[in-house]
Design a protein around this ligand. Structure first.
Ligand SMILES: Nc1ncnc2c1ncn2[C@@H]1O[C@H](COP(=O)(O)OP(=O)(O)OP(=O)(O)O)[C@@H](O)[C@H]1O
Length: 282
């Protein structure tokens, strides 16, 4: 029997207004400790699904559950859920509200009833892990979008959640910001956290995720390992462009150039496979 997922959405349907079906029976299951990428075109419903996972929105039909327990939406349930499942919004301005960086990040742990000392320890550790500790006294409105994004992530990390749900965390980050985010995600995964990320960065998602869900028009149209989804021929029907790597592999003629069934998951892996083949021919 499959293990109970940490978070599950079962046939979740939601309308912002009559006639607008933002989610149309969306279903997903997030195994504990996994790295899950949610991809899909603009307007597919990714952010809406995340707002359901954090119980900010409530479905008109269908159900969400945490460790097999259906969401109950009472005050106690909401407080516990939001401590265990941290949501990083797409737009950091939605999330940040305090005057300076440390005050913003310390708010969550203080709200959990921790001592001021423990809350500060957690907030500083979280800022350190996203490379923003040196900015702790900076006014939030002085920060760049990428820096705000990192502070928003720190605000969630400081709550020490079991799962982080991040809506397009790589958008707007420069190279050091991306590197730092990748390191943070690797550190969180190594620490056993469950990670669910919505992204348009398909190459990154393919390299990073254990499991990929594809959402289109409010419905989950595909789910599987990156290799499973790469191997599907109907990427256009899934609502996103065929990943570049798959095109490269196809253009190279995967059967003649790459071992049968091998689908490279990164440019580096493709280069290594090709280099290995060239060496083998000498
Ligand atoms: N606050 C809102 N009020 C009304 N409609 C909304 C609202 N937020 C989203 N929608 C609509 O719900 C649908 C799903 O939007 P959502 O933002 O969840 O998609 P998304 O997959 O996150 O898109 P993107 O990749 O552009 O961030 C869209 O049709 C969108 O126009």
């Amino acid at each position: 029997m499959a293990a109970t997922p940490l978070i599950a959405a079962d046939n979740v349907t939601f309308r912002y207004r009559p006639g607008n079906l933002a989610l149309d029976g969306a279903t997903l299951a997030i195994p504990a400790g996994s790295r899950v990428a949610l991809v899909g075109p603009n307007g597919a419903g990714k952010s809406t699904l995340f707002l359901h996972i954090n119980a900010i929105l409530r479905p008109v039909a269908g159900q969400l559950s945490y460790k097999g327990q259906p969401y109950s939406y009472g005050r106690g349930f909401l407080a516990a859920l939001r401590q265990k499942v941290g949501l990083v919004f797409q737009d950091p301005d939605t999330q940040l509200f305090a005057g300076n960086v440390l005050d913003d990040v310390i708010f969550g742990p203080m709200n959990m009833g921790l001592t001021a000392e423990e809350a500060r320890r957690r907030a500083e550790a979280a800022l350190e892990s996203v490379g923003m500790l040196e900015h702790r006294t900076a006014p939030v409105h002085f920060l760049s979008q990428g820096q705000k994004k990192r502070v928003a992530i720190a605000g969630v990390l400081a709550m020490e959640p079991e799962a982080l749900v991040m809506d397009e965390p790589t958008a707007g980050l420069d190279y050091p910001g991306l590197t730092s985010l990748r390191e943070t995600l690797a550190m969180l995964h190594a620490a056993g956290k469950t990670l669910l990320v919505a992204t348009h960065d398909i190459d990154w998602a393919w390299n990073w995720a254990d499991l990929v869900y594809v959402l289109a028009a409010g419905r989950m149209v595909a789910a599987g390992s990156p290799a499973d989804i790469l191997a599907r021929a109907d990427h256009a029907a899934l609502g996103f462009a065929r990943p570049i790597l798959a095109d490269v592999a196809a253009a190279l003629g995967d059967r003649s150039i790459l071992p049968a069934g091998v689908v490279p998951r990164s440019v580096g892996e493709l280069a290594a496979l090709l280099a290995g083949r060239q060496n083998g021919q000498k």
